[in-house]
Design a protein around this ligand. Sequence first.
Ligand code: PMV
Length: 330
Amino acid sequence: MDQPLGGGATAVARAHSNIALVKYWGKRDAALNTPAVGSISVTLAALYTDTRVTFRPDLSGDEFWLDGSRTDATRVSRVLDLVRRRAATDRYAVVSSTNNFPTGAGLASSASGFAALAVAAAGASGLTLADRELSILARHGSGSAARSIFGGFAEMHAGVAADGSDSYAEQLLEPADWPLSVAVAITERGEKSINSTIGMVESAATSPYYQAWQDSAADDLAEMRAAIAARDFARLGELSEYNCLKLHALMLSTRPALIYWNAATVAAMHAVRGLRADGVPAYFTIDAGPQVKVLCLPADSAAVRGALALVPGVHEVRMSALGPGAHRLE
Ligand code: PMV
């Protein structure tokens, strides 16, 4: 049904998910989807979304298929509307996406999904956009997606402009510049309980820690940039854990509380601390879901994987290298 009609109306793109080491939580402008604070992430080779976009003259609205099921297209249309305006077309599109990992379980499927959508939609509409413009486009779908346009290490700028034009990500390092490994311990396969957009609004409205979270972001970003520039893994890891736990303190102090952890999440954190006590440099980070991502050096991958696999409640451990930026598949 979503066959190309010719004339460049179809494009397919792949984008990889990313994990923030310094995280954002909170929006500066809800309509533009600009984040309240900047963030720094690594893009993961092993987790990705493939998305096909076909603009067609016979549709009366956008259609979105996710892993084979027809799904609400509201957020997808927000990105497609920008592409249509830019490409001066009023054609709607069929979008079909597949993730090679569980969708909506805190594995950053929105990051890879909207980055792949931005690249495929731009391509299908015949637009040639610079990475910065693609990053802004992806941001309108999901804040974290702005970073998945880039491979390796990326930094998202919160920006100050009223139109969101300075709220985009940039690459800090290519994957090969500092090869690291990330273990993803999957502790739950289902959808997460509260989506991040809603959770962020609730934290900003109710947590007494929200202001402190915003005020301390610039220091974390500066320290992370320095750790990356110096290839200082211990500093990167320690700061990642600190920033992650600070975010979860903010989540826990939200009313009603955002408790994204399950028992296996907590057990995995202790396992990582145990690895460090045994001399293996490994550091965890956790997003808006129960999965635990563990940063380590490639030489320690097997030890980290083995330790996580032994944690009760961990269903599966996926290992990943750092991955490339979003790209066309044709
Ligand atoms: O932009 P979203 O809706 O995917 O939210 C991302 C939220 C966190 O993953 C917790 C933090 C981050 O910077 O990725």
